[in-house]
Design a protein around this ligand. Sequence first.
Ligand SMILES: C[S@@+](CC[C@H](N)C(=O)[O-])C[C@H]1O[C@@H](n2cnc3c(N)ncnc32)[C@H](O)[C@@H]1O
Length: 228
Amino acid sequence: MTESAQEFYGRWARLYDLIARRTPGIARLRDRAAAACRLDPGDTVVEMGCGTGANLPYLRERVGPEGTVIGLDFTGPVLERARAATAAYDNVHVLRGDATRPPVGSEGSEGDAGEIDAVLATFVAGMLEDPADAVDDWCDLVGPDGTVVLANAARSQEWYAPPVNAVFRAIVVLSTPPTTKLRYEDDPHRRLDEKIDAAHARLRERAIAVADETHVFGVVRLTGGRLE
Ligand SMILES: C[S@@+](CC[C@H](N)C(=O)[O-])C[C@H]1O[C@@H](n2cnc3c(N)ncnc32)[C@H](O)[C@@H]1O
């Protein structure tokens, strides 16, 4: 990653962490997203694009001390925050890597996760080049009876939507380095919504619905699917 991108992340990591944990309604969303993963004590769950780790305590609560939680992200400074926030748990691992080529789930891989029961990705799909393709890979990673859960901010038609949309748009933009942001410049909102639609639609095609909800004033879509 370039030095300017590192600087960028260094600047926003703290602010992002605040938004990620304190936005009204977000704690309930994170709790519901963890519930939708259908985890049992002892299970293994991977969060793709875990950022500063706001979901990790919710996942840890579900898998208990015998389970394993792996947070994966490709941005160093946010991972440092995630590591610090989960330092008390020896079964929560934070790894640096690409969510579209996760270094987990195969023998000898860095994560050494063994069987993966669930994958969670919140506010990440819009940042991927081909999110539907990534969802396919995540479905393959968990395999039959595994669960994949997505949460993303999408455009809402409600009268109060603009300010709420703006907050969530900010989450995504803040977490995107300047080089990546350029790609959105033609029509950022439409492009983002298309990506999110594609990711959620692919999950619905691939899996049996276990969650289909909206949260945070209706702008965050939560979709969970169990693989057959
Ligand atoms: C908007 S943040 C969401 C963080 C967290 N999931 C949450 O709900 O607070 C998006 C995160 O995805 C990460 N990310 C984006 N694309 C990624 C990729 N291909 N591989 C790994 N991480 C990625 C970014 O570094 C950023 O931390």
